[in-house]
Design a protein around this ligand. Structure first.
Ligand code: SF4
Length: 329
């Protein structure tokens, strides 16, 4: 394991059996996270980003899926851990929040008691102390009138408030790593910004690392120290947020950038990427992006480009990464 790595994912592959053959959701993916850093994993639906997060959390059904490779957290290997040991592992180490807070919360239990239950189980707090602390956590995630809201049921709160409750439950675990899987996608734009600001502040206050799963390049550039772009189950570009956003060396990332409104492009037409991602049961040979890539050449249809270092802070899996150096500024 690298000296300072909190989380190290090496050569991770995840397959599911399907009627159309093996569905390769994640293919030989590797990345590292250090304590306290924010990594945004970016990609379209079906790119493998959520399956990567689920496999780190140990949430994949071992009967329906096959995982190979290695995931180590502070040196402990998580792949192949028995279900019983895996269930005991996350707690204070890794917590996760999801896009759909309503589905993740217990509908027949008040939100406050869901937070205090975590404090009782994981921190051994008494009933009275757990309730007081739960209200403090609700305050900390800026739920107004926290003491009154303690007795609310999930359906009585707005989507944004429910997501704050989920964040409070995750914080109560005092995790070293928080995985946030599209936490703002179901919320309106103003609430999205508030939740992102809250996550950024909490990360700074607590020192926890944040693995942020998103399809939104704009959001990831705002919050992340580093960005990893996934396509068809593989990381195709990774680097500091500034490098990837301002000096992308992969046509897929450039396509994503050209399809979002950016301040610098006011008045220019947005150019969506043509076509759609391949089915994961029939990933093209060579570079899996070649059927959609405006720069594709013969070699792209036969030879798979490996993720390789372009500079100290930047890797790309494109045969022509060097030639892409100049075009964007
Ligand atoms: Fe496009 Fe070829 Fe680069 Fe793949 S390797 S992104 S097809 S230029």
């Amino acid at each position: 394991m690298s000296a300072e790595a909190l989380l190290e994912v090496r050569d991770l592959s995840v397959e599911f059996a399907s009627r159309h053959g093996a569905l390769k959701a994640v293919r030989s993916t590797s990345f590292t996270m250090r304590a306290g850093e924010t990594l945004a994993v970016l990609g379209e639906s079906g790119s493998g980003k959520s399956v990567t997060a689920m496999s780190i959390m140990g949430l994949l059904d071992p009967v329906r899926s096959r995982t190979s490779g290695s995931i180590t957290f502070e040196g402990t290997e998580l792949v192949g851990l028995s279900r019983a040991r895996r269930r005991r592992f996350p707690g204070r180490n890794i917590a996760m929040i999801f896009q759909d807070a309503l589905a993740a919360l217990n509908p027949v239990q008040t939100v406050g008691s869901q937070i205090s239950e975590v404090l009782r189980v994981h921190q051994g707090a008494s009933h009275g102390a757990a309730k007081a602390q739960a209200i403090e956590y609700m305050d900390r995630v800026r739920i107004p009138a926290a003491a009154q809201r303690y007795s609310s049921y999930p359906h009585q709160l707005s989507g944004g408030m429910r997501q704050r409750v989920m964040i409070a439950i995750a914080l109560a675990l005092q995790p070293k790593l928080l995985i946030a899987d599209e936490p703002t996608t179901a919320l309106d734009v103003t609430v999205q910004a508030q939740i992102m600001q809250l996550l950024t502040e909490l990360r700074r206050e607590t020192g926890m690392a944040l693995l942020f799963i998103t399809h939104d390049l704009g959001v990831s550039a705002e919050v992340a120290d580093r960005i990893a772009v996934m396509y068809a189950g593989r990381i195709v570009e990774t680097g500091t947020a500034a490098e990837v956003y301002l000096h992308s060396r992969h046509p897929y990332t450039r396509g994503l950038l050209d399809s979002i409104p950016r301040a610098a492009q006011k008045g220019q037409r947005l150019t969506p990427i043509v076509g759609s991602p391949p089915p994961l049961t029939a990933i093209p040979r060579g570079c899996s992006f070649h059927p959609r890539c405006p720069r594709a050449a013969e070699v792209c249809t036969t030879d798979r480009p490996e993720l390789r270092e372009i500079s100290a802070a930047h890797c790309s899996a494109c045969h022509f990464a060097e030639e892409l150096a100049d075009a964007r500024g």
